[in-house]
Design a protein around this ligand. Structure first.
Ligand code: C2E
Ligand code: MG
Ligand code: MG
Length: 597
C-alpha cells in the first residue's frame, strides 16, 4: 500500500522557491565575485571555493581537497596563521584580517589580504569558516619598489656619489645625534679633519679620472680606520672627516690619526701609475654633550690649517684656543682689508734710491701702507700675504701700479728736478702668474703717458723659483716692452745661478741682511763685504746693476760705494714717506745728496 504523502502546503512551496532563488543569488555572487572566497570546516578542511580563489592559488577544487588547507600558507606564516585560526574556532575572535603569502602549486608566491570569519548555528556552535581573499601581490610589489626607491633616494641625499661615504648632511646628522644622545655617561668626542696634500697635482698631471680614483682608494683606506660607531665622511673636494663619537681623550684621537697617516702612506696604484699621498690632519676634541657640531668642525678645520702651514713636518695639529683667536683675527683683517681697498684707505709711501756715483736721488720704491682704524699700521708683509691668500692681491696690485704711475707722472710733469725720476713697484708671486700682467703694465704706462723706463718692477727670488719657465716668459714679454725688472731681496731665495742667467733681469737688489753685515771692523764685516763683493761680481757677469737695500749707516754706504754698488736705499738716505713729503725732502733741492761722495 502506498503510503499517502501529505500534500505540500502552499507555504512549503513558497519556502522552496525562496530557497532556490537565494541559492541562485548566492551562486551568482559566489562565482561572480572578483574576490576569492573559500569555505573550510572547523578542522581546517577545504569545503568549497569560488573560481577567483582557485585561479589565485593555481589549484582545482579537487586538488584543494587532497591537501590541508593550511598547506597553501607560506612556511614563514604557518605558525601565526594556525594560532589565529584556533582562536577563531574557539570563539576568542569574531574574525581576523591579515596580509599573508600563499604558495601556488608551481611554487610561485602571491600576497593576499585575507579576512576569515566563522559562521555559527542558532546555538552559537561554529559550523564553518569563510575566507575572503584579495590578491594584493601587485600592490605590495609596487609598495616594496617605492620603499626601495625611497631608500635609494635617501642614500643618494646622504652619501657622496664618488666614494659612497656619508656626506656633510649625514655627518651633521650623526654629530647631532651623538651630541644629544641622552643615554650613557657624558664623554668626549673627537673630529679629525683631513685635507690631502698636493691633491691638485694629481688632478693636473694625471687627469681627473686618476684624481677620482685616488679619492676612492683613500676613502676605502679611511673607512678601514673607523671603529664601530665612528663616521668617515667626505666633506668636499679632497677633505675628509673622521668623527669619533666616543673617545677617552686626546691620546686616543691621536692614535687614530696616527693610523690614518699610516694607511695613507702605502703607495697607490692609479692605472699604470704608482703614486703616494699624505694628508694634513687637524684634531679637535669636544665634550659630549658640549660643543656644537659646527664648532667642532670649525676647530678641527683651524687645526688642519695649522697642520698644513706647520713646519713640523708631521702635518698634524690639535686645536687649541689660540688658533681660534688667530683665525678670527685674520678673518677680521681680511674683511677690513677688503673694505680699506674699496674705500681707498691704502696709501703709497715712497723711499728714495740714490745713485752711489752722483749721490742724487734717481728713483723711489713705492711701498704700500695700511693704517688700520683700530690696530694702527699693519706691516705690508702681513697684509700682502693676506691679500695673496685671499685673492685680494689682484685689486691691491692693480691699485699700487696705477697709483705709483700716477704719482711719478705728476712729479715728472710738475717738478723739473724729477724729470728723469723712476719708480719701483713690488709685484707678488701671484701677480706674476696673472695672465694679463704684461698688458696691464703696458696699459698703465700708456694711460699716464710714461716712457717704459719710468717704471721698474721688483720681483722676489722666491716668486721666480716657483715656476722659472713661466716667469721667464713674462719677463721676456716685459723686456720687449722695455719695462725693467729688479730681483728683490737677492740672496735670501734659492735661485740657482744657472736660472738667473736665463732670466732677462736689469738689476739685483742686495738684501739688507748682507748690507747689515758690512758694519764696523769686525771679522763679520769682512765676511759681509765678501758676500757683497761676490754679488757685485755676479751682477757684472750678468750685465745687470746692483742696488743695496737697508743702508742704515755711513760705514755701510762707504763700503758699498767702494765695492762698486750702483745704487743705495735705506733709512740713512730716507725712510719711506708719503708722496708730498717725498717731494719736499728729496726732489726739491736734493736735500740728502751730501751723504755720498
Ligand atoms: P721690500 O720690497 O724688500 O721693501 C723694502 C723693505 O725694507 C720695506 O719694508 C722698507 O721699509 C724696508 N727698509 C728700507 N730701508 C730700510 C732700512 O734701512 N732698514 C730696515 N730695517 N728696513 C728698511 P716694508 O715697507 O715694511 O715692506 C716690506 C715688504 O712688503 C717689501 O719688501 C715688499 O716685499 C712688500 N711690499 C710692500 N709694498 C708692496 C706692494 O705694494 N706690493 C707688493 N707685492 N709687495 C709690497
Ligand atoms: Mg721691494
Ligand atoms: Mg727688498
Amino acid at each position: 500500500m502506498k503510503t499517502p504523502t501529505a500534500p505540500r502546503s502552499p507555504d512549503t512551496d513558497e519556502l522552496l522557491r525562496t530557497l532556490q532563488q537565494r541559492e541562485e543569488w548566492f551562486r551568482a555572487v559566489f562565482e561572480g565575485s572578483a574576490m576569492g572566497i573559500a569555505v573550510v570546516d572547523m578542522t581546517g578542511r577545504f569545503i568549497d571555493a569560488n573560481a577567483a580563489f582557485l585561479r589565485m592559488v593555481g589549484r582545482t577544487a579537487e586538488e584543494m581537497r587532497e591537501v590541508p588547507f593550511a598547506s597553501l600558507d607560506h612556511a614563514d606564516d604557518q605558525e601565526r596563521d594556525s594560532l589565529l585560526f584556533r582562536r577563531l574556532v574557539a570563539g576568542e575572535l569574531a574574525h581576523y584580517q591579515l596580509e599573508k603569502r600563499y604558495v601556488r602549486k608551481d611554487g610561485t608566491e602571491l600576497t593576499v589580504r585575507l579576512t576569515a570569519s566563522v559562521v555559527r548555528d542558532a546555538d552559537g556552535k561554529p559550523r564553518f569558516c569563510v575566507a575572503m581573499v584579495d590578491d594584493v601581490t601587485q600592490r605590495t610589489r609596487a609598495e616594496a619598489e617605492r620603499e626601495l626607491l625611497e631608500e635609494r633616494l635617501r642614500h643618494l641625499a646622504l652619501h657622496d656619489p664618488l666614494t659612497g661615504l656619508p656626506n656633510r648632511v649625514l655627518l651633521a646628522e650623526r654629530m647631532r645625534e651623538a651630541s644629544q644622545a641622552p643615554e650613557g655617561e657624558p664623554g668626549k668626542c673627537a673630529v679629525l679633519f683631513l685635507d690631502l696634500d698636493r691633491f691638485k697635482n694629481v688632478n693636473d698631471s694625471l687627469g681627473h679620472g686618476a684624481g677620482d680614483e685616488l679619492l676612492r682608494q683613500v676613502s676605502a683606506r679611511l673607512a678601514a680606520c673607523a671603529r664601530p660607531g665612528d663616521t668617515v665622511a667626505r666633506f668636499g673636494g679632497d677633505e675628509f672627516i673622521l668623527f669619533l663619537p666616543r673617545v677617552s681623550g686626546k691620546e686616543e684621537a691621536l692614535t687614530v690619526a696616527g693610523q690614518v697617516r699610516d694607511v695613507l702612506a702605502a703607495p697607490l696604484e692609479l692605472g699604470s701609475y704608482r703614486t703616494y699621498t699624505s694628508a694634513s690632519i687637524g684634531v679637535a676634541l669636544g665634550e659630549c654633550p658640549g660643543e656644537s657640531p659646527d664648532e667642532l668642525l670649525r676647530n678641527a678645520d683651524m687645526a688642519m690649517y695649522h697642520a698644513k702651514a706647520g713646519t713640523s713636518g708631521t702635518h698634524l695639529a690639535v686645536f687649541d684656543a689660540s688658533m681660534h683667536r688667530a683665525v678670527v683675527e685674520r678673518l677680521r683683517l681680511e674683511t677690513d682689508l677688503r673694505a680699506a681697498l674699496e674705500r681707498g684707505e691704502l696709501r703709497l709711501y715712497f723711499q728714495p734710491i740714490v745713485s752711489l756715483d752722483t749721490g742724487t736721488v734717481v728713483g723711489a720704491e713705492a711701498l704700500a701702507r695700511w693704517e688700520h682704524p683700530v690696530h694702527g699700521p699693519v706691516p705690508p708683509d702681513r697684509f700682502i700675504l693676506l691679500a695673496e691668500d685671499t685673492g685680494l692681491i689682484g685689486a691691491l696690485g692693480a691699485w699700487v701700479l696705477d697709483e705709483a704711475a700716477r704719482q711719478i707722472a705728476w712729479w715728472r710733469s710738475e717738478l723739473p728736478e724729477a724729470a728723469g725720476l723712476e719708480v719701483s713697484v713690488n709685484l707678488s708671486a701671484r701677480q706674476l702668474r696673472e695672465p694679463g700682467l704684461v698688458d696691464a703694465v703696458a696699459a698703465t704706462l700708456r694711460e699716464h703717458h710714461l716712457p717704459p723706463g719710468a717704471l721698474k718692477l721688483e720681483l722676489t727670488e722666491s716668486s721666480l723659483v716657483q715656476d722659472p719657465a713661466a716667469a721667464a716668459v713674462v719677463l721676456r714679454a716685459l723686456k720687449k716692452r722695455e719695462v725693467q725688472v729688479y730681483l728683490d731681496d737677492f740672496g735670501t731665495g734659492y735661485s740657482s745661478l744657472s736660472s738667473l742667467h736665463r732670466l732677462p733681469l736689469d738689476a739685483l737688489k742686495i738684501d739688507r741682511s748682507f748690507v747689515a753685515g758690512l758694519d764696523g771692523g769686525t771679522t763679520g764685516a769682512h765676511k759681509g763685504a765678501e758676500i757683497v763683493r761676490t754679488i757685485v761680481a755676479l751682477a757684472r757677469s750678468l750685465g745687470v746693476r746692483v742696488v743695496a737695500e737697508g743702508v742704515e749707516t755711513r760705514e755701510q754706504l762707504a763700503a758699498l760705494h767702494d765695492l762698486g754698488c750702483d745704487f743705495a736705499q735705506g733709512y740713512l738716505i730716507g725712510r719711506p714717506v708719503p708722496a708730498d713729503e717725498f717731494a719736499q725732502a728729496f726732489l726739491q733741492g736734493q736735500g740728502e745728496s751730501e751723504l755720498v761722495g
